[in-house]
Design a protein around this ligand. Structure first.
Ligand SMILES: Cc1cc2nc3c(=O)[nH]c(=O)nc-3n(C[C@H](O)[C@H](O)[C@H](O)COP(=O)(O)OP(=O)(O)OC[C@H]3O[C@@H](n4cnc5c(N)ncnc54)[C@H](O)[C@@H]3O)c2cc1C
Length: 196
């Protein structure tokens, strides 16, 4: 079985997973995001995502995927069939290949099977996480709909993914990490296109 190594493996590419992947990769971590495109966003139209007046859910996903692609996230369109603890982190199986990383972020929507098989503690039906979205398994995070009973909203999922990635970055850098940019950064990041 072929093996690929990264820093962070994100399972699920809805708002939670893509947000985690964006924050991690934008700040230098090699990040792979697996997705089967079953996101609820394809059924949604957003009027409640702060800063966005109105957008079709599928259009939102197209923009979000383009954004993470531009920062270099590797997106793999495949189902993750297994997540397990490995020597220095985690091993993920997808499409007959094995991927390893120090951190795993689960973002599988309402499906909590992988968190269960990994051995994450549950609180009733919900994956139990702390405020950084870390589960009872060290360096394994759970984000978005899978950590909530009913309060499912795109912006909450995106926030959960960001919180997980920032905690990973804080661990990696050894100090509390902020992903703060200022207006002068826009030219460097977007080559002057930011104001168009
Ligand atoms: C009809 C409807 C309307 C809605 N309207 C709104 C709205 O107006 N505003 C709002 O804020 N929210 C709305 N929502 C809710 C919103 O869509 C969800 O809160 C949001 O999509 C949750 O994001 P998530 O990333 O947690 O999970 P999801 O978006 O469900 O993403 C999970 C992803 O993980 C993938 N996945 C799962 N298991 C695996 C695996 N083993 N391997 C690889 N990939 C996997 C799935 O295919 C999916 O793409 C609506 C939902 C519905 C159903």
């Amino acid at each position: 079985m072929a093996e690929t190594n990264a820093d962070v493996l994100v399972v699920g590419g809805g708002p939670a997973g893509l947000s985690a992947a964006l924050f991690a990769r934008k700040n230098g971590l090699e990040t792979i995001c697996f997705d089967t495109d079953g996101t609820w966003m394809h059924k949604a139209h957003l009027f409640n995502y702060l800063g966005v007046d109105s957008i079709d859910g599928s259009a939102f996903m197209t923009a979000a995927r383009s954004q993470v692609d531009s920062f270099g996230v590797e997106r793999v369109e495949a189902e993750v069939t297994d997540v397990s603890e490995a020597d220095d982190g985690f091993a993920v199986e997808a499409d007959g290949e094995e991927y390893t990383a120090s951190y795993v972020v689960l973002a599988t929507g309402a499906n909590r099977d992988l968190a269960d098989s990994l051995g994450c503690a549950f609180d009733d039906e919900i994956v139990d996480v702390d405020v950084t979205m870390e589960t009872s398994v060290e360096n394994a995070y759970a984000t978005g709909a899978m950590v909530r009973a009913e309060e499912w909203q795109a912006i909450i999922s995106a926030g959960d993914g960001a919180a997980a990635a920032l905690n990973i970055l804080s661990k990696e850098k050894g100090e509390h990490y902020h992903d703060f940019d200022v207006p002068a950064d826009a030219d460097a990041v977007f080559g002057g296109m930011a104001e168009e």
